[in-house]
Design a protein around this ligand. Structure first.
Ligand code: CA
Length: 341
C-alpha cells in the first residue's frame, strides 16, 4: 500500500469521549462542484479504554439492509452501552449508496475490488485507501455488512473469509455464531486479493462479513437478524457492557449455525444465454450434482425449447439470481456444502 497520506479529512476526533456524528471529507473536483467534497457519513462512540470495533455498510450501494442497520445503530448506541470505541460507516461508498447502485457513479469502481486503495486514485480508490490506512489500523475487530444487492438473493448468512491462522479461524467462527444467522459460509472469493476481507486477512485481523437477502429489496427478516446480530457482535467483541435496547423486530428463531463452505468454481452456476431464468429450486433447498438448476427461456424464439442449466455440485442453495432477466456470465445460483474440517 502507498505510504502517501490520504487527502480525506474529517471533523471527527476519534479519541474524544462520547458520541460524535460527522463526515469524512473527500475532495472531489467535478463539473458541478469545482472545490467540492464527497461527504461520507461516520459516527464514533467512545467510552474509556477498551477494544475498537469498526462497523461498515454500503460497501456496495445497492445492499440496503446493512445501511439501515448501521443507521439505526448510530441513533441507538450510546456511550453508556460500551467500554471502548465503535466506529460506524453506514454508507462506506457514499456515492454508490446515494445512487442505489453497486458501484460508484463517479468512477464506475466496485469499492470491494479497490482495496488496499490508492490515495491518488479515483474516489472509490481513495475511500479504500483511507479505510485501509486510517480506520483498519485502529480496529481490533471489523464487521462489513453486505447483502445480495440488485442482482442476487441470498440466505441470511455469516460470511467468513478464510483467515491465515487456525486460532483466528476459531475466533471468526465464534463471531459468526454470535451474529446469529442460521448459515455460515467459509470461502476465499476464488482467491480475490482486492477486497476489504483480503486486506483484513493479510493484517491478521478479526473480520466478519454478512449477506442479508438482497434482490434490490429490504427484507424485514434480514433486518431482524442484523439489528439483533450487531448487538450480539458488540458483546462478542468485548465492548458491550450494558443491555441493548429492545429490538424493533424480534429476531427469527434459528438453531445452531450450519457451517458450510464454497469449495471452488464448481459451486457456481452461470448463465449461458440472454434469456429469462426460471429457477428449479428455492433458496435453502438441498440439490444434487447434475440436477437441473433452472431453465433459460427464449421468448424471441418460441419454437426453441428452454435451455436447462445444471448444478455442477450438490449442496445447499445459498444464492440465486435476483432479476428474472439473465445474460451470459451472470450468476444463476450457488451451492454451499458442509465443512469437512
Ligand atoms: Ca456485496
Amino acid at each position: 500500500m502507498s505510504t502517501q497520506k490520504s487527502y480525506i479529512s474529517t471533523d471527527i476526533d476519534f479519541d474524544r469521549e462520547g458520541k460524535h456524528i460527522g463526515r469524512l471529507r473527500l475532495p472531489y473536483s467535478r463539473n458541478t462542484s469545482g472545490w467540492g467534497i464527497i461527504p461520507i457519513p461516520i459516527a464514533v462512540v467512545r467510552n474509556g479504554s477498551g477494544p475498537t470495533v469498526l462497523l461498515t455498510a454500503g460497501n456496495h450501494g445497492d445492499e440496503y439492509e446493512g445501511q439501515i442497520t448501521l443507521n439505526t445503530l448510530i441513533r441507538t448506541l450510546e456511550p453508556r452501552h460500551i467500554k471502548g470505541r465503535v466506529i460506524i460507516l453506514p454508507a462506506m461508498n457514499y456515492p454508490a449508496a446515494m445512487a442505489g447502485r453497486r458501484v460508484s457513479p463517479f468512477d464506475g469502481v466496485n469499492l470491494n475490488r479497490a482495496f488496499p486503495g490508492d490515495p491518488d486514485g479515483t474516489p472509490s480508490q481513495q475511500i479504500a485507501h483511507y479505510v485501509s490506512s486510517v480506520l483498519v489500523p485502529m480496529a481490533d475487530a471489523i464487521m462489513d455488512l453486505h447483502s445480495g444487492g440488485y442482482s442476487m438473493r441470498m440466505l441470511p448468512t455469516a460470511i467468513i473469509y478464510r483467515p491465515s491462522t487456525p486460532e483466528l479461524l476459531e475466533r471468526v467462527i465464534g463471531a459468526a455464531r454470535a451474529w446469529g444467522c442460521p448459515l455460515g459460509i467459509l470461502f476465499d472469493d476464488l482467491g480475490e486479493r482486492r477486497t476489504f476481507d483480503a486486506i483484513c486477512r493479510d493484517a491478521g485481523l478479526l473480520k466478519l462479513g454478512t449477506e442479508l437477502a438482497g434482490g434490490g429489496t429490504v427484507s424485514v427478516e434480514a433486518l431482524a437478524f442484523a439489528e439483533t446480530g450487531i448487538w450480539n457482535l458488540l458483546k462478542y467483541f468485548g465492548v458491550l457492557v450494558a443491555s441493548p435496547p429492545a429490538p424493533r423486530h424480534p429476531c427469527p428463531r434459528s438453531g445452531p449455525m450450519r457451517l458450510t463452505e464454497i469449495t471452488g468454481p464448481e459451486a457456481y452456476v452461470y448463465a449461458t444465454g440472454h434469456a429469462i431464468f426460471e429457477p428449479a429450486f428455492r433458496l435453502g433447498d438441498e440439490v444434487a450434482a447434475g440436477q437441473v438448476a433452472g431453465w433459460q427461456h427464449y421468448l424471441d424464439e418460441i419454437e426453441r425449447d428452454p435451455v436447462p442449466l445444471h448444478f455442477h455440485k450438490g449442496g445447499l442453495v445459498a444464492c440465486t439470481r435476483g432479476p428474472g432477466w439473465i445474460e451470459p456470465g451472470d450468476l444463476a445460483t450457488l451451492v454451499v456444502t458442509d465443512t469437512t474440517g
